[in-house]
Every structure is written in structure tokens, then in C-alpha cells.
Design a protein around this ligand. Sequence first.
Ligand code: FES
Length: 155
Amino acid sequence: MEEHTTTVDKPATSRRHFIDLLLGVSVVAWLASVAYPIIRYLKPLPQTGSGGPTHLTRDEASKLEQKQFVIVPVSGQRVIVVNVQDRTCAFSAKCTHEGCTVTYLPGQSVIWCPCHDGRFDLNGRVLSGPPPRPLSQYAVNRQPDGGIVISEERA
Ligand code: FES
């Protein structure tokens, strides 16, 4: 009689252990899914060397090809790199009005600030809206191997 009880209890204990383990893993996964975006948001952009050029990574270069623009960190500043008709240009991604991050509108060939509808042309000049100054321009160098290097603002 006792043998029968022990054989019945073992699977129940094993099942309970499995459910506890599954619950523990679920809680850890949930905490990670909440914490990761917060940490990612709070983490500063990676710094490059002081004034050193930034090579676009393979992912950034492929994003540039697909979306016609990409935003990359250069010396701790956000820089928008735009690729239009075999011409690649780069500007500070910080709007000169109140500092929002600009984006590129491929259909209109303008750099656009979504905060107050500021618009810049592909030379960084203000087309419309409240921005008081043009965007700062960065130097773009295409390497013989196809790589793209963005360096500090032109003087
Ligand atoms: S912050 Fe860009 S237009 Fe106001």
C-alpha cells in the first residue's frame, strides 16, 4: 500500500517542480522585458574617439541603403546620414530650434523636424518652420571598399 502512495506522489512533486520552474522563468523573462527598454533608453549613446571619424557599421550601411537615411553617433552627437541619388550627406540630427531629433522624408527630399514642423533641404538650410539656423554639416567620405566614414563638422 505504501509503495503505491510513493509512486503516485513522485509525478505530482515533479509536476509541481516543473510548474514552479516555469513560473520562475516567466517572472524573470517579464522582468527582463520591462528592464531592458528602460536601461536601453537611459544608456548614453556610445562615444567615439574625441573628434575621430565614425565608420558606419554593416547594419547602419544596409539601413542607409534601405531607408535612405540613418542616424548614427559621431563624437557623442547624433548625426543623420542621408543617401539620395548617389549623393551621401550628413548633418547634425539635433534641430536648431529646440533640439528635437530630425528625420528624413524620402518622398519630399527634406529633413524634417516632427516637433514643430521645421524643414531643411539636403544642404541643411532651413526651408520652413521655426528653426533659426541651418543644420551643422558633417564630412562624408566613401572608402574604396565601399565603407562610409563620417567625421566632425566641417569648419
Ligand atoms: S524643435 Fe525642431 S522645429 Fe522646433
